[in-house]
Design a protein around this ligand. Structure first.
Ligand code: NAG
Ligand code: NAG
Ligand code: NAG
Ligand code: NAG
Ligand code: NAG
Ligand code: NAG
Ligand code: NAG
Ligand code: NAG
Ligand code: NAG
Ligand code: NAG
Ligand code: NAG
Ligand code: NAG
Length: 594
């Protein structure tokens, strides 16, 4: 019981001195983050589970709810969970990345508390440090509309989350070692769907005995499918045999409802589709997530296969998988598909006013950053990844805490607005964002793999993308009317993507590639947004009472007594031990008295 997510509704603010809004409901979660031994692709390895689940539990909440998550770190290394796409209005203190938070030491617990202010949509959480996402620790976040705010489609008959992602049989500590040794991770060993390996669609390609995911549905219904790419570096083509995917939402915006027979989903991206179970169920149907923007013949084993099973199904899925796009030499197809995703300007999202009422196309840009990534380079003998020639190195002291306690020299506010021309370097240079400014960021990908960029604290308008080098003239091609507002956007190799963002959320916010290997090697920075006039904690919430201290502020941190760390969790551990002992006694008894 202690482990289960406990939901309750509290109106008494008294219990919470924190940032809670009076009257808005609270959702409580008690999580144990721990290793677990599983064999998703037939090879035993340690993955990261939450309350024994892999993927972790779904956080199912509603606009403006207050979320309280007590996280016990049962790993043997520091942990931080980040809430990808949750905007943490005025509250980068709960963002869960190294620039804002001290990591939770092994054996300690720490309680996140934040409000999902003015948001709806599909997001996910994951461990943000130490390459841990490669081992799991992730799960879905659903932010429902409040009852009074209409949704632009009929209420679906079910809500299904699929976490898809490339996967290695090596664990995250071994993968880290490879990157530290300057190696490339090479081709992944497969693709997992909800933590499981592929259905055996081909006896040569898939070994026997792999546990696969089955999605059970009723005929003649409509399901909302939320699909997240939680992988390391591979864009995946997602498709369901004989079914259309009606795209309706991406990362908090309702899109123009559009049917796709398949959609490219890059690392870190989230989409909602409506699936009509309108087929005759002559057999089960394949659900496929296959590697994209690589030589798909060579990458054949990097394919996730699950099964869609109607309740009246007449048999197993068989035969070849439905083919993905066949366009190795022509990547404009994928880009055109990405460009075709438009916001529905006339529907409301978290609020009743239409999504199109913020007319971003008529706002004057106040700051422009052209941010280029190159293929990894060697700097001071180490393989590193860069943005504008700078490879970010994490600080022992979170930048946010350094600001609050006036510790100088932790970072510099001089991130270049254009790529540096000199030799690449390692540094901690971040962007000086002007509060209430309107920033244009152009990501230029000079690497040979697709990158997806994500900004914490914000959603940005994706206004343009094209192959080649961005120039001032490229602005003429921008979509100034119904570009989708989201938080994660792909940048094709040899191409650029432009976004516009309104800097109205005070804090220090991570701007990173979601590709885990490039991120680990330094392909990130932060955007610092300060309201110089805020003297009364109005545009930013104060440091939470339970803040951890580390780095230059380590002396302010009290030890967490073993008693305080997750009492309930340790008592349930004791229960598990007691049960184990009983089981051993039982086995012994069976052995003695057969
Ligand atoms: C990862 O695997 C290596 C052996 O290849 C092992 O030494 C290490 O302890 C494992 N790490 C974790 C977190 O399980
Ligand atoms: C750790 O968990 C216990 C109970 O599970 C809770 O009382 C305590 O407040 C938590 N500590 C922190 C720092 O969140
Ligand atoms: C989420 O919670 C709502 C009630 O608030 C419920 O109707 C819905 O079925 C839940 N969704 C999932 C996926 O559990
Ligand atoms: C299984 O995959 C192998 C290797 O790609 C291929 O040669 C073979 O034709 C496939 N078998 C079937 C039954 O599709
Ligand atoms: C999408 O395809 C389904 C059939 O799978 C069809 O019923 C529906 O009308 C289509 N919707 C749109 C908006 O094209
Ligand atoms: C856009 O939203 C409106 C208002 O909710 C809805 O009626 C319409 O069907 C939506 N259009 C598309 C193409 O999704
Ligand atoms: C079911 O649909 C498939 C594909 O559309 C078709 O080939 C098959 O004949 C249908 N079976 C029945 C029993 O209607
Ligand atoms: C993909 O790899 C296969 C096998 O190495 C090769 O035959 C094929 O030419 C490659 N395809 C392209 C488009 O490069
Ligand atoms: C944008 O700038 C132009 C001049 O460059 C000015 O005329 C216009 O009023 C500005 N628009 C807004 C919304 O500030
Ligand atoms: C950061 O930008 C603000 C304007 O928003 C400016 O006043 C300040 O001097 C800048 N700081 C640095 C270090 O450039
Ligand atoms: C990277 O930049 C170089 C030099 O500007 C250019 O020749 C090359 O085509 C670019 N490669 C990609 C993948 O953008
Ligand atoms: C704002 O919050 C800080 C704690 O982060 C506190 O020290 C300060 O007194 C607060 N300022 C006001 C005016 O309330």
């Amino acid at each position: 019981m202690a482990m289960a997510a406990v939901l309750s509704f509290l109106c008494a603010l008294a219990a919470f001195a924190g940032p809670a809004s009076a009257g808005d409901p609270f959702a409580y979660f008690d999580w144990n983050v721990h290793y677990k031994t599983v064999s998703p692709l037939g090879v035993q390895q340690q993955i990261i589970a939450v309350n024994d689940k892999f993927p972790g539990p779904i956080v199912n909440i509603t606009t403006n709810w207050n979320v309280v998550v007590n996280v016990l770190n049962s790993l043997d290394e520091p942990l931080l969970l980040t809430w990808d796409g949750i905007q943490q209005r005025k509250n980068s203190w709960e963002d869960g990345v190294l620039g804002t938070n001290c990591p939770i030491p092994p054996g300690w617990n720490w309680t996140y508390q934040f409000q999902v202010k003015d948001q709806i949509g599909s997001f996910f959480y994951f461990p943000s440090t130490n390459f841990q996402r490669a081992a799991g620790g992730y799960g879905g976040i659903i932010v429902n509309n409040r009852d009074v705010i209409p949704v632009p489609f009929n209420t679906p008959d079910g809500d299904i989350t699929l976490m898809i992602g490339d996967w290695y049989n090596k664990n995250h500590t071994d993968l880290r070692k490879e990157l530290d040794a300057g190696k490339d991770l090479g081709m992944p060993d497969g693709v997992l769907i909800n933590g499981k390996g592929p259905y055996r669609y081909n006896n040569t390609l898939v070994p026997d005995g792999i546990d696969y995911e089955t999605i059970n549905v009723q005929p003649g219904k409509t399901y909302r499918l939320r699909v997240h790419n939680v992988g390391i570096k591979t864009c995946l083509n997602f498709r369901i045999e004989s079914h259309n995917l009606l795209l309706v939402e991406t990362e908090g915006s309702y899109t123009m409802a559009t049917n796709y027979s398949n959609l490219d989903i890059c690392v870190g991206q989230s989409y909602s589709f409506l699936l009509s179970t309108d087929q005759n169920a002559s057999s089960d149907y394949y659900i496929v997530a296959s590697a994209r923007l690589v030589n798909e013949t060579v990458w054949k084993r990097v394919t996730g296969v699950a099964v869609l099973q109607y309740s009246n199904s007449k048999g197993k899925a068989s035969g070849p998988l439905p083919p993905g796009p066949q366009d190795f030499y022509d990547k404009t197809w994928s880009m055109n598909q990405a460009r075709s995703i438009r916001i529905n300007v006339s529907t409301g999202a978290a609020r009743p006013n239409p999504q199109g009422s913020f007319k971003y196309g008529s706002i004057n840009v106040t700051q422009v950053y052209l941010i280029r990534n190159m293929p990894p380079v060697v700097i001071n003998g180490k393989r590193r990844a860069t943005l504008n020639g700078i490879s970010y190195s994490n600080s022992e002291t979170p930048l946010k805490l350094a600001d609050l306690y006036d510790k100088k020299g932790v970072y510099t506010l001089d991130f270049p607005a254009k790529p540096l021309t000199g030799a690449p370097k390692v540094g901690r240079s971040i962007i000086n964002g002007t509060y209430r400014g309107f920033m244009e960021i152009i990501f230029q990908n000079n690497d040979t793999v697709a990158q997806t960029y994500h900004m914490d604290g914000y959603a940005f308008f994706a206004v343009g993308m094209d192959y080649g080098e961005w120039t001032e003239n490229s602005r003429g091609t921008y979509n100034k009317w119904d570009g989708v507002s989201r938080c994660t956007i792909q940048v094709y190799p040899g191409a650029w993507t432009a976004v516009l963002v309104s800097l109205d959320n005070v804090g220090i916010w991570n701007l990173r590639t979601e590709n885990l290997d490039s991120w680990y090697l330094g392909q990130e920075t932060y955007v610092r947004v300060v309201n110089p006039e805020d003297t009364a904690n109005k545009t930013e919430l104060p440091l939470p009472n339970n803040a951890l201290y580390c780095g230059l502020l380590k002396s302010m941190q009290n030890e967490q007594s073993p008693h305080a760390k997750g009492e309930e969790s340790s008592s349930s551990l004791a229960q598990v031990r007691a049960k184990l002992l009983l089981f051993v006694l039982f086995l012994a008894a069976v052995a003695i008295f057969p």
